[in-house]
Ligand binder design. Structure first.
Ligand SMILES: NC(=O)c1ccc[n+]([C@@H]2O[C@H](COP(=O)([O-])OP(=O)(O)OC[C@H]3O[C@@H](n4cnc5c(N)ncnc54)[C@H](OP(=O)(O)O)[C@@H]3O)[C@@H](O)[C@H]2O)c1
Length: 259
């Protein structure tokens, strides 16, 4: 039976290349995003380019816990690979209908909710992996003001905080997922021209294929079977100071679990 993978943000610049790599590797691929027309078009393109007909999609707003939960409840069958890639960088401070700051909800809680709600679908499988697409562009976390209620919102600061959180929560999830036999890695993709990077005021000099290559390595390379909690750039493990702060990692997980 084919192995199954989810890629979130699958019609974005890097997400589409990740999705293409996963489909080319012969996976049953489920693409996740908010825009049905974009998902449909992306699916048709990937079926053509990869020859893999087992590509489908689901419309889910990952910034909304209830939608993620409903998605996981309606999931039928095992899930071997989850690639959390979707992220947003709105230029002004936005909130979800639940009143959560948008970058924190999408880039941080969305990743966590996907991993937690899909954990049981991934339990006990051979080499089940969660890959959190993070970034070297990370830092400036304020755990007392994760939603920019006190600090003046700046989309770059909010983004760097969210990518720091991805790396910390990757570490935090090791025991939570490990008890179900699931491994979790964080991957920097590369600097790629996209709406996300343009919102932050930069372009990007790497192709989407180059950007996808490290997340794909973390998701698919057999040599990483059993490796968990690590952060990778350019297919190399890089030590992460954020993940090494165990007290902060525990505190962040506790805060996020409260949402
Ligand atoms: N580009 C870079 O240079 C760079 C560098 C380091 C790390 N990264 C990381 O790479 C990942 C992909 O970024 P990208 O540059 O490819 O950005 P992108 O082209 O803007 O793609 C982002 C994707 O996420 C989706 N998304 C956003 N909010 C969503 C939500 N609430 N629910 C579902 N889907 C949602 C977007 O869909 P909509 O169109 O519907 O919003 C889009 O498909 C991100 O995690 C980013 O942090 C990128």
């Amino acid at each position: 039976m084919k192995r199954t993978a989810i890629v979130t943000g699958a019609y974005g610049a890097i997400g589409k290349s990740i999705a293409e790599g996963v489909a080319s590797a012969g996976y049953n691929l489920v693409m996740v995003g908010r825009n049905e027309a974009a998902l449909l078009q992306c699916r048709d393109e990937l079926v053509r380019s990869t020859g893999n007909h087992d590509i489908s999609y689901r419309v889910v707003d990952l910034s909304r816990k209830q939608q993620v939960e409903e998605f996981s409840r309606s999931w039928d069958g095992p899930l071997h690979i989850l690639i959390n890639n979707a992220a947003a960088t709105p230029r002004s401070r936005l909130e979800t209908p639940e009143g959560i700051e948008m970058q924190f909800a999408t880039n941080v809680l969305g990743y966590l909710w996907m991993a937690l709600f899909f954990r049981d679908h991934m339990a006990g499988l051979d080499d089940a992996r969660v890959v959190n697409v993070a970034s070297y562009w990370a830092g400036d976390m304020d755990m007392n003001d994760l939603e920019f209620r006190v600090r003046r919102y700046n989309n770059d600061t909010a983004y760097r905080q969210s990518k720091q959180a991805n790396r910390m929560l990757t570490r935090a999830l090791v025991p939570v997922l490990g008890e179900k036999g699931i491994f979790v890695l964080a991957a920097h993709p590369g600097d790629v021209n996209s709406r996300l990077s343009n919102n932050l005021g930069y372009g990007g000099w790497e192709s989407p294929e180059q950007g996808a290559s490290n997340p794909l390595y973390c998701a698919l390379d057999p040599s990483l079977k059993g490796v968990s909690g690590k952060y990778f750039e350019h297919k190399k493990e890089v030590s992460c100071p954020f993940a090494a702060d165990h007290e902060a990692v525990k505190r962040l997980l506790k805060i996020c679990m409260g949402y």
